[in-house]
Design a protein around this ligand. Structure first.
Ligand code: 6PG
Length: 478
């Protein structure tokens, strides 16, 4: 056996990951259900490093040095279980199976448990950065046992993206499903980032009166400041692109129905189960679903909107700067919500996740990579037990400085009839957290009224109920 690692499943992500390992000097065993892909990979890229092409699962396993490290890059769901069923009987105590697909963390927990009984270490790994990242350096989020990371970590650290300070964008996230959980929340934040950017574009166009070309320029400028990030950078590219067939801006010819593969939805479903308010991420998921309801939208097109003059005079010269403030403040909120969810998941599943490390490994390689993540790392480095990102003095100061413009932008959007669910949900979250008193007290009163659901008081201990149907006396319900 000569191979340091093996990759089975050689579609684009799998092939690129295999090539990345080989380019870093590792000998890589290759396997695919149909051997044509294996042969093609060796034919086209065999000169990039040392590959061992295996034609059967037995050959593949025999090619791997012990403890064996076997990366599965097949479609998430049943195909992953099928591959595990095929390979697990061929493996021995201490071997490691790595699932690099976008699996649901509950599936990962189950698979880890089942394989643990057979002495096999299962590592559910989030990999972000798309095809390009897989080849040139992704952000890698492995879960699983300490033992598995000892064996696998050094390889992952070699092939992962490097942050500007040279740190590899990977770390042992935590046991069993922790890696896939963190990748899931990464994608939720990715949805929120994309939605906020889309709202900024929509406002600049509808209220500010800028063309896509001009907005591309505005995004390019933003990308040199605190919003510096991969998603802002590619947004500028997309907005500057012209459709060859019609000569119109590309963004005007694409059907305005956003699709999704499901990880953003999982984030929100899980957040509901954990009781974490990820309203910004949820609005981003709902905005995609709303856009896809073409019939509903067609049937609603004639509903009355604001009078035409509601828009006029709102686009002051500094409107773009104000939108930047609103975007930045909303971004702080969506990361606050995402990190809250990771903390809640870590508590619920005993993962002991280091939030500062998560921000650090998202600084390079992944879709949400951004200069901003340095600030999050710094915030958690300074105080690892930060109750919320908003409690960090620097973020608090920045959001405080942005809030007047943020409110003005949301107000302009509301007046002009431009939907900004992301901006406004973020602002509502911020104001709700700040509030001295919330109307939740009234909700409790209603619950007690119609269902005797009881309430607690702010001024003394205990559980109480008011006899709403009779004397309205308060009784001890503890
Ligand atoms: C990444 C991405 C990736 C995701 C796509 C598509 O981190 O590289 O998150 O894993 O699959 O972005 O996601 P949607 O189809 O749900 O938009």
């Amino acid at each position: 056996a000569t191979a340091d690692i093996g990759v089975t499943g050689l579609a684009v992500m799998g092939s690129n990951l295999a090539r990345n390992f080989a380019r870093h000097g590792f000998t890589v065993a290759l396997h695919n259900r149909t051997t044509a892909k294996t042969t093609a990979l060796v034919d086209e890229h065999g000169d990039e490093g040392d590959f061992v092409a295996a034609h059967t699962p037995e050959e593949f396993v025999a090619a791997l040095k012990r403890p064996r490290r076997l990366v599965v890059m097949v479609k998430a769901g049943d195909p992953t279980d099928a591959v595990i069923r095929e390979f697990a009987p061929l493996l021995e105590d201490g071997d490691v199976i790595i699932d690099g697909g976008n699996a649901h963390f509950e599936d990962t927990r189950r698979r880890e448990r089942e394989l643990r009984d057979q002495g096999i270490h299962f590592v559910g790994t989030g990999i972000s950065g798309g095809e390009e990242g897989a080849l040139n350096g992704p952000s890698i989020m492995p879960g699983g046992s300490e033992h598995s990371y000892e064996s696998l970590g050094p390889l992952l650290e070699r092939i992962a993206a490097k942050a500007k300070d040279g740190t590899p964008c990977t770390t042992h996230i935590g046991p069993d499903g922790a890696g896939h959980f963190v990748k899931m929340v990464h994608n939720g934040i990715e949805y929120a980032d994309m939605q906020l950017i889309a709202e900024a574009y929509d406002l600049l166009r509808a209220v500010g009166g800028y063309t896509p070309e001009q907005i591309s320029g505005i995004f390019r400028t933003w990308n040199t400041g605190r919003l510096d990030s991969y998603l802002i950078e590619i947004t500028a590219e997309v907005l500057a692109h012209t459709d060859a067939a019609t000569g119109r801006p590309f963004v005007d010819v694409v059907a305005d129905e956003a699709e999704q593969k499901g990880t953003g939805r999982w984030t929100v479903q899980t957040a509901l189960d954990l009781g974490v308010p990820v309203s910004g991420i949820a609005e981003a998921v709902f905005a995609r679903s709303l856009s896809g309801h073409a019939d509903l939208r067609a049937a609603s097109r004639d509903l009355p909107g604001p009078h035409a003059d509601a828009l006029s005079g709102r686009a002051a010269a500094d409107f773009a700067d104000r939108v930047e403030q609103a975007l930045y403040a909303s971004k702080i909120v969506s990361y606050t919500q995402g990190f809250h969810q990771i903390q809640a998941g870590s508590d619920a599943y005993d993962w002991d996740i280091d939030l500062g490390r998560i921000a650090a490994i998202w600084r390079g390689g992944c879709i949400i990579r951004a200069a901003f993540l340095d600030r999050i790392t710094a915030a958690y480095d300074g105080s690892p037990d930060l109750p919320s990102l908003l409690s960090d003095p620097r973020f608090a100061e920045e959001i405080g400085a942005a809030q007047d413009d943020w409110r003005a932008v949301v107000a302009a959007a509301v007046a002009g009839g431009v939907p900004v669910p992301g901006f406004s949900a973020a602002l509502a979250y911020y104001d709700a957290l700040r509030a001295e008193r919330l109307p939740a007290a009234l909700t409790q009163g209603q619950r007690d009224f119609f269902g005797a659901h009881t309430y607690r008081r702010g001024d003394r201990e205990g559980v109480f109920h008011t006899l709403w149907g009779g004397s309205r006396d308060e009784v001890d319900a503890g």
